[in-house]
Structures are given as structure tokens and as C-alpha cells.
Write a new protein. Structure first.
Length: 94
């Protein structure tokens, strides 16, 4: 446990930040799972809307420092790629 007053305050701040970061990451993961479920169902309009919301949440997380900007970019890229592959799949079968 910290002894100095400033160290005690830093510990309180770290605990508070840890909880908020965890909540934001959890909400982000939930949103990503929601997008992937809608994508598997095959509803493209709903999937595009969910992707838009997911990308928005990823951007906010990157802006507040919860995610590194390269991590955010990678996640957005992979989700968009999945959507585009799913869109292209029915056209290839025809």
C-alpha cells in the first residue's frame, strides 16, 4: 500500500480508470459480437448498420486512449473485410 499522499491519490485514480476502461472494453466487445451475429444471419442492411455503430464505438475508444490507434484501425479493417467477404460470397455462387 502507498504511504505518500500523492501515491495514495494515484492509486485511487488508477482504480477508477481501470473500472471505466474495463466497462468500455466490455461494451466494445459486446458490440462487436452483436455485429458478427447479425452478419452470420445474413441480413446485410442490418449488418452495415451494426458495423457503423461498431466502428463509431472503436473510434471513441481509440480517441479516449482505451485502445491504441493501430489496434482500433486493425479491428475496423478486419470487421469491414468480413462484411465485404460476406457480401461477395452470394454473388460468387450464382
Amino acid at each position: 500500500m502507498p504511504v505518500m499522499k500523492s501515491a495514495k491519490k494515484r492509486l485511487r485514480q488508477n482504480i477508477k480508470r481501470h473500472l471505466t476502461n474495463r466497462a468500455h472494453k466490455s461494451a466494445l466487445k459486446t458490440q462487436m459480437k452483436k455485429f458478427l451475429t447479425v452478419l452470420k444471419e445474413g441480413n446485410m442492411q442490418a449488418a452495415e448498420e451494426e458495423l457503423r455503430l461498431t466502428v463509431k464505438k472503436i473510434d471513441k475508444s481509440a480517441a479516449t486512449g482505451i485502445l491504441h490507434k493501430n489496434t482500433a484501425s486493425r479491428k475496423k479493417s478486419r470487421l469491414t473485410k468480413k462484411l465485404n467477404q460476406t457480401k461477395a460470397a452470394p454473388q460468387q455462387k450464382s
